[in-house]
Design a binder for this molecule. Structure first.
Ligand code: AMP
Length: 618
């Protein structure tokens, strides 16, 4: 099943590892791989032939942990020890979720509003990261059981709107579950990969991904250019989903049985059973036009059209989100080449119809909407494993990365739009004799002067042994890994002293800010180029002045007073031009100083050569 390859370093045979794709969902999670024979993505099943693992964790009184279907059974009977929807808490502080506390039936600790949430189970406290890791561990074990080989590498999907903290929390949960998370990818990106959209180099498309799950809704508009996915806009409601449709059916039953709210909610078990009945009814109505509810010798029939009438306002809210997302993306419906449906609730015929009507096109729905994200994660995993030759890796750096050089200029090492991972290096030297340290300031942005860019880090490579200016060789390497972490390494090659820093260039940077930075660079391009050439001329002039002064000092005996005063005057003129920041005047004065100083420089050289020859016998 698995490939065998040779480890070049050790010469040993090694089994090539399968990288799995994981959809860590709010309601359900699942794990997928690319089938080694068919090369098609498949979701892995448990012993009962089920693909979905409910994202539910139950703790019994002995501290034993159950995950999935068995844990789900405890949701009603042991609510305070049963955790669901933990994804909603990932990377969140208590402050973030305070108004949603009623949604959770387990205990969320509120000691410190600013710190990350903790959940109390008995005497134990768990972070959402730990809880998520239990789900991931369950998925890992399922895969190992089915595939009969250890699994240690994965790709995990997250909603496009997840921030850095939420992505990091997901990554940490993977680590805790014993998984190396090779890549975190956006759920809409995964969904489109599952449909093969964006998998070829020539694919340039704009698409909408409509994701209606059990408790959340989101819509994302993506632009795919040469295999690179850009999220143009997202919108949604994190508390809107299939559960709301179930509640409409519960309400219908409540009306039919003429139950008061109190009667309905008093019996917790009975209410839970009704919710389950309603969910089954909803699913049936996706295929049948009627559903019949039986209660003490009575029968009530709910037609699909009545159901649709009841849920229409709920679906309409998702359409309003679509409208907003489309507006934010700056695209028209006609500019979208595809609309992809994701999430179990997108099976509801009215959902399909309203989405089709709104976007004026038939949405893609032939991949199972429960599995489509995990299948896409498996496609991405396969790409990362290098099994798909004609597919690109999907990430690029949105802004250039570089360091500050003389005169505050930006020296770009990794230009924007470079595919990551990426590596670049360049050598620099000192400006002054005996200079023992060199300051390295790292910037991000498109402007020519660092003052207009975003400073990421600054450090000093110190301890350079005393050498004349220009002699030390400081090698700077930029290594940008697949996670977007930039490692900057500075090394003085003659002495071997070295220093390294790790930077996260995208941290705290919004798409809007990136866009603004690009826009600014275009708007100021002309002025920037002019300013750069002034700075370059000044730097050159400074070097020449220093060189001349050093020379005159060292070879005093060779220079007549007239020459000295002429040189001093030329330096004064040059300095004046530098002060004025007049590029042409600087270059002019530079030449003049060169002209004046070259005769005595030549004389010194001749004398040196003569002296050297004197000692020699011909
Ligand atoms: P997800 O969060 O994507 O796993 O979606 C789960 C939601 O999809 C739940 O609300 C399910 O009731 C709903 N769902 C699953 N199958 C169907 C179906 N055939 N028709 C309507 N809703 C469904």
């Amino acid at each position: 099943m698995a490939k065998i390859s040779i480890n070049i370093a050790t010469g040993s045979l090694q089994q090539e590892e399968l990288i799995v794709g994981i959809d860590l969902g709010t309601t359900n999670s699942l794990i997928a791989i690319i089938h080694p024979d068919t090369k098609k993505p498949i979701a892995l099943k448990d012993v009962d032939d089920k693909v979905l693992v409910p994202s539910v964790i139950h703790f019994d009184e002995n501290g034993n942990i159950q995950v999935g279907t068995t844990a789900k059974d405890y949701l009603i009977e042991d609510a305070s020890n049963t955790i669901y929807s933990v994804k909603r808490l990932l990377g969140k502080s208590y402050q973030d979720i305070v108004d949603k506390n009623a949604y959770f039936s387990y205990k969320i600790i509120d000691h410190d509003a600013d710190s990350l949430v903790k959940i109390q189970i008995g005497e134990q406290f768990y972070s959402p990261i730990e809880l998520s890791s239990f789900i991931l561990k369950e998925l890992k074990e399922r895969a190992e059981h089915v595939l009969k080989q250890p699994i240690s590498k994965c790709v995990i999907t997250v909603p496009a709107f997840f921030n850095d903290a939420q992505r990091q929390a997901t990554r940490d949960a993977g680590k805790l579950a014993g998984l190396e998370v090779l890549r975190i990818i956006n759920e809409p990106t995964a969904a489109s990969l599952a449909y093969g959209i964006g998998t070829s180099i020539n694919d340039t498309k704009q698409i909408a991904v409509y994701d209606l799950g059990g408790g959340t809704f989101d819509i994302s508009i993506l632009r795919i250019t040469e295999g690179i996915f850009d999220v143009l806009s997202t919108h949604g409601d994190t508390y809107l989903g299939g559960d709301d449709l179930d509640k409409e059916i519960v309400r219908w039953i409540q009306e039919k049985l003429a139950l008061s709210d109190q009667q309905l909610y008093a019996d917790k078990q009975g209410y839970a059973a009704l919710r389950l009945e309603a969910e089954n009814a909803k699913k049936q109505l996706s295929y049948d036009t009627e559903y019949t509810f039986k209660h003490s010798n009575q029968e009530f029939t709910l037609s699909r059209s009545e159901f649709e009438q009841r849920i229409q306002p709920i679906i309409q809210r998702t359409i309003q989100s679509c409208e907003q997302a489309l507006r934010d993306s700056g695209l028209s419906k006609q500019q979208l080449q595809a609309v992809v449906l994701v999430g179990g609730s997108s099976r509801v015929p009215l959902v399909k119809k309203m989405v089709a009507d709104f976007f004026e096109q038939t949405p893609y729905d032939n991949v199972n909407p429960d599995e489509v994200v995990a299948l896409g994660a498996a496609v991405q995993a396969d790409i990362l494993a290098g099994n798909t030759k004609d597919i690109l890796l999907l990430d690029i750096t949105p802004l250039s990365l570089g360091i500050e050089t003389m005169g505050g200029l930006m020296d770009v090492l990794i230009p924007r739009n470079t595919k990551i991972p990426a590596k670049a290096g360049r050598q620099y030297t000192t400006q002054k004799d005996g200079q023992s340290g060199i300051r390295i300031s790292v910037y991000q942005g498109e402007r020519d002067l660092v003052k207009d860019n975003r400073k990421l880090a600054e450090f000093i490579l110190s301890g350079i042994p005393s050498m004349p200016a220009g002699l030390p060789k400081v090698d700077i390497q930029f290594i940008l890994n697949a996670d977007g972490i930039l490692q900057v390494r500075a090394r003085e090659l003659r002495s071997g002293i070295e220093q390294t820093v790790d930077i996260k260039p995208q941290f705290g940077l919004t798409d809007a800010e990136v866009e603004q930075m690009l826009l600014d660079s275009i708007m100021h391009a002309k002025a920037d180029i002019a300013e750069r050439s002034v700075v370059e001329a000044i730097t050159e002039a400074e070097n020449l002045i220093q060189l001349t002064e050093n020379f005159m000092h060292k070879h005093e005996a060779f220079i007549v007073p007239e020459e000295r005063s002429a040189a001093m005057q030329a330096i004064a003129v040059l300095q004046e031009a530098m002060q004025q920041r007049d590029k042409n005047a600087i270059m002019h004065a530079n030449e003049e100083l060169n002209r004046i100083s070259s005769p005595f420089a030549e004389r010194v050289m001749d004398a040196a050569v003569a002296a050297a020859l004197k000692g020699k016998t011909v």
